[in-house]
Write a protein that binds this ligand. Structure first.
Ligand SMILES: NC(=O)C1=CN([C@@H]2O[C@H](COP(=O)(O)OP(=O)(O)OC[C@H]3O[C@@H](n4cnc5c(N)ncnc54)[C@H](O)[C@@H]3O)[C@@H](O)[C@H]2O)C=CC1
Ligand SMILES: O=C(CO)COP(=O)(O)O
Length: 334
């Protein structure tokens, strides 16, 4: 397999910019596509992205463009826009992308309306692409600053996953290759929903014990759904599953945790969404995760209460009562 030298990153937000910087540090030639001309101008003139990565000056030069056609000929494309925009962002590449080009989905979510994992959407829009996923415990601000990070990089074909891991690896960024596309995506999507629940527990001051219990029971949910959908167990206990769940369920740096924290303090989801709160993917994935659970015959009680709280069908206290009054059961067979 030919080496991956040129990389296009689609998305000029926090994670897209951080991954572009990280790939440049790994020695790749990187083009960052963003829809906002003002941001492209800022990157070209100042090598900063002050709105999404305040305080970070790029240590490696990035080329920026507003024309998505400039991305089509790269050896690999990283898609890093909010999960619900995946279809819209990929569509213009339909007639441009060379067959076999790896498209690495770096967003974490499930498509509303279809219940698709993002690789399913990719297959519908760009069937000629080689489907790939990057996921794991990694805050954009940490990666942008070159702090040590490890992630999972999965591709349909193990050799492609190895090539992508090789291309993205640097002294501070360590990808582990995998061929489990399903497991890698289920972990990333569900941890966002579960982080909202843990944030709400913290915001409601229910205690560290409750937060740990919810993280563990959340992991049981993530595992049940992942296995029912065909994930491999070792992926779910790896970086993109347990690793990312632990990070997001324990840190106020997580936007999903922070969103939940504010719900726990009494704000409503509607109010938060209307007041320009930062992107919290779990808000959009919660309901569709519950639907996926139903489709696969899997019970997801924590995701269900998160979905109900977001839709204002339940208060935080009612959610707690619902979880605590469920019939007692054996832990392993739950
Ligand atoms: N920020 C982080 O630490 C991490 C984020 N992620 C995932 O990466 C994805 C993106 O997150 P962030 O970059 O953090 O979000 P962000 O809110 O910082 O940036 C999103 C970017 O997407 C752009 N965008 C929105 N709609 C668009 C559209 N229709 N077409 C083109 N561009 C559009 C926005 O203008 C913005 O530049 C999410 O799925 C998130 O879960 C994954 C790992 C870490
Ligand atoms: O996915 C992330 C860390 O791995 C980022 O989490 P948030 O989107 O909750 O900030």
């Amino acid at each position: 397999m030919a080496g991956i030298e040129t990389i296009a990153v689609l998305g000029g937000g926090a994670w897209g910019t951080a991954l572009a910087l990280s790939a440049a540090r790994a020695g790749r030639s990187v083009t960052l596509w963003a829809r906002d001309p003002a941001l492209v101008a800022e990157i070209r003139s100042r090598q900063t992205n002050r709105a999404y990565l305040p305080g970070v000056t790029f240590d490696e030069p990035l080329t920026a463009t507003c024309d998505i056609a400039d991305a089509a000929n790269a050896d690999a494309i990283l898609l890093v826009t909010p999960a619900q925009t995946t279809r819209a962002v990929l569509t213009p590449l339909a007639g441009l992308l060379r067959p076999g080009t790896p498209v690495v989905l770096c967003s974490k979510g499930i498509e509303k309306g279809t219940g698709n994992l993002l690789t399913d959407t990719l297959a519908e829009v760009l069937p000629q692409a080689h489907p790939s996923v990057l996921s794991g415990p990694s805050f954009a601000a940490d990666v942008a600053r070159g702090l040590p990070t490890a992630v999972t990089v999965a591709a349909r074909d193990g050799a492609m996953a190895d090539a992508l891991a090789q291309a993205l690896a640097s002294a501070s960024f360590r990808p582990y290759a995998s061929s489990d596309l399903i497991g890698t995506q289920v972990g990333g999507a569900l941890k966002n929903v579960l982080a909202i629940a843990c944030g709400a527990v913290a915001g409601r001051k229910l205690g560290a014990s409750a937060q740990a219990a919810l993280t563990a029971r959340g992991f049981a949910e993530l595992t049940r759904l992942g296995l029912a959908m065909g994930a491999r167990p070792e992926t779910l206990t790896g970086l993109s599953g347990l690793g990312d769940l632990v990070l997001s369920c324990s840190s106020t740096q997580s936007r999903n945790f922070s969103f939940g924290h504010k719900l726990g303090e009494g704000r409503t989801a509607e109010d938060l969404l209307n007041s320009g709160e930062k992107l919290a993917e779990g808000v959009f994935s919660a309901e569709i995760a519950v639907e996926l659970g139903e489709r696969h015959g899997v019970d997801l009680p924590v995701c269900k209460v998160v979905s109900d709280v977001i839709a204002a069908r339940l208060t935080i206290d009612e959610a707690l009562n619902r979880l605590m009054s469920r019939p007692l059961r054996r832990e392993a067979g739950a």
